[in-house]
Design a protein around this ligand. Structure first.
Ligand code: CA
Length: 290
């Protein structure tokens, strides 16, 4: 399963990530030719949309995208560091942020377009704001028609997204899974945005340990860390049943969430995602009943 990480880039040679970095099968590295004719020259592991070049390495001092990538798909059973939720995915690095975390919605638009047309079935979108790009909804719909699942962080402003929508989390598309963050006790993290009608699920997002730049590891908090937990889970679900539609995946995640009274009015699911239950829901439905 190919997962696009739309973020600050990924440290491509991080020892706990390198084997799982996506390799564009149609591109020959460094020959200065657009071998696969997709409009991008030497895009072997993704693209840097901010600097418009073929090196989507993570230059963020906090290693935001590298951290997100490790939560989704750090290598399992290699004796070092951490393991991702879906440790055998391929991580497509789509850098849309500057080194100090700025971006533009037209770059994100181009990155999502790239993700879908180059085979990423899922994208992780751990960024957001309160401005809407009118073009984005139509692109996310077009992506959903080819099965793309768009996972988005709900935001870190203690904001009710039902009242003040945060984007991209709050675009109305069925294929968007909006994720709030829980803390170690299982309640909503104090910083997390919420929304009984607009934030679909909750997942751990406080003090999460993962890969960071300089081939290192560290703890980070945010709905940015909660979204990739769900992205990894969606990748597991897709690895079992590749034909699950985006909206079916969203429904299963909501239905199989573990109910928690503390989350009842804060997220659609009224609970925290349960990876085992979500996977079980799919595997059991595949087993003949006779
Ligand atoms: Ca190319």
């Amino acid at each position: 399963v190919v997962v696009a990480v739309i973020d600050t880039g990924i440290q491509l040679d991080h020892p706990d990530l390198a084997p799982n970095i996506w390799v564009n099968p149609g591109e020959i590295a460094n020959n200065n030719v657009d071998d696969d004719n997709n409009g991008f020259i030497d895009d072997v592991h993704g693209w840097d949309f901010w600097n418009w070049d073929n090196d989507p390495d993570d230059d963020d001092s906090f290693g935001h995208g590298t951290h997100v990538a490790g939560i989704i798909g750090a290598v399992i059973n290699n004796g070092i560091g951490v393991s991702g939720i879906a440790p055998n995915v391929r991580l497509m690095a789509l850098k849309v942020h500057s080194s100090d975390g700025r971006s533009y919605s037209n770059l994100i638009y181009k990155a999502l377009k790239y993700a879908v047309s180059n085979g990423a079935q899922i994208s992780n979108n751990s960024y957001g704001g309160y401005g809407e790009n009118p073009k984005m909804g139509a692109l996310i719909d077009a992506a959903a028609r080819v099965g793309h699942v768009f996972v988005s962080s709900a935001g870190n402003d203690e904001n009710n997204n039902d009242i003040s929508p945060a984007f991209p989390a709050s675009y109305p598309n069925d294929s968007i899974i909006s994720v709030g963050a829980t803390d170690q006790s299982g309640q909503m993290a104090s910083f997390s945005n919420y929304g009984r009608d607009s934030v679909d699920v909750a997942a751990p997002g406080r003090d999460i340990f993962s890969t960071i730049t300089d081939s290192s590891y560290g703890w980070k908090s945010g709905t940015s860390m909660a979204a990739p937990q769900v992205t990894g889970l969606v990748a597991l679900m897709r690895s079992i049943e590749p034909n699950l539609t985006s909206s079916a995946i969203r429904e299963i995640l909501i239905e199989t969430s573990r109910p928690d009274s503390r989350l009842q009015n804060l997220v659609v699911s009224g609970g925290s995602v349960d990876a085992a239950a979500a996977v079980r829901a799919i595997t059991q439905s595949l087993i003949p009943t006779t």
